[in-house]
Design a protein around this ligand. Sequence first.
Ligand code: ADP
Ligand code: ASP
Ligand code: MG
Length: 455
Amino acid sequence: MKIVMKFGGTSVADAERMRRCAKLIKERAAEHKVVVIVSAMDGMTEELLALADAAGTANHPALNARMKEIWRRHEEASKALGADAVAPLLEQLDRLVLGISMVGEVTPRSRDAVVSFGERLSAPLLRRALELEGVKSRAFTGQEIGLVTDEKFGEAEPLMELSLYQIADALKAPLEAGEVPVVTGFIAATQHGVVTTIGRGGSDYSATIVGAALKADEVWIWSDVDGLMTADPRIVPQARLLERIRFIEAIEMGLFGAKSMHPRALEPAADRKIPVRMKNTFNASGAGTLIIDDGSLPTEIIRSVLMVKDAGLINITGAVMMGRPGTAARILGLLGAQGINVRVIILSVSEGGISLAVNGPQLAQARATLEANLLRSGEARQIQVAEKVAIIAVIGSYMRGHPGTAGRVFTAMGKKGVNIMAIAQGSSELSISFIVKGEDGPEAVRALHEEFLGK
Ligand code: ADP
Ligand code: ASP
Ligand code: MG
């Protein structure tokens, strides 16, 4: 078999964990052709984002403190593995942030350059851990295997056909030579060779892209949980593992924040019917979750309860909009042009309004954009926002044709006294989602889990 294996940040958080991953890889590589995709060390992407901001504001004390921590973690791992690959990269990063701090401005492009070091540093370390296990391997960056994107820095879109072709070509020789390629997740490059990143949680996406390019038999995503669960175990301690799940359900779960997955992470695999397995590095013999569309699949109505915390709700009201075709398109277009991702949209006929949920950090920008464009032109009369709301979603593809599911959802909320601010149900009947106050979120998730998935 040909297997693409992706290891998340928690799996490669330090040298010891990298060695654990290397052992897991070695076992599989004895029988199969394996390609490894690696994330940055746990928390490193956050650290690098903060570093870029410190550089952009020429905040030297913060910059130095961050740099010190980044050096420390990588040098510690490097020393423990007897590797010598990190110092030149860290020096390069030093120079880069110094340059940014001298200009005193961080751009999306230079931020991507900084953030890319997380994966650029972890890949040679994991390669070294493999070497210690006696596994022949070679480290590559996304750029080196031919993963190319557009120039939307921070959330660059892969140029899919070209990338698939180039990746297959680049990995052919190492695989034929019996090597295990270790490829950086999350980072890529434009066609002109400028480093880009493909969006938070993007290593999972890198893995399925490589899987598609190689026509892999399976893609395995190794993390610190046994697989996809009926809820986030940090909120619902009784959450259970989902052993098998359909792609559409898993994709919907990803959209609502399960496993901090990149929203498009499963697409390349789903389109080509490549099964995706989610497994736990710290419980490798566990079955994990198998995402697949064939065979016998459970028919529970609700498979998972999820929450997007720290969202913002915007209510746009004004009779002028009523009955005007294209209003929703206009609003989504305005936000889209600003790179604002609308997570839920609700059209209310009776109130002549539209409600939108966006990620908390984008709320202020979304509000400003809509006010500037819709109020002045008279297209809307009022724009109100609610901060710190949570989007709750129940997901399951067998909801279709099961009347009464929505009733059960809202009765459960009523019993707990949770006030619902807005409701949306996709026409695919794959999920029901609604908005509550942020502080009510965890309670709502627990109540729904109890109602549909047991105590
Ligand atoms: P990695 O670093 O391996 O990519 P992530 O942090 O991206 O890992 O995702 C794993 C985390 O996702 C888990 O630690 C878990 O707390 C969280 N999570 C949230 N919802 C779910 C869910 N429904 N099923 C599994 N994990 C979930
Ligand atoms: N390191 C990147 C992030 O934290 C990509 C990933 O881990 O999937 O978003
Ligand atoms: Mg992740």
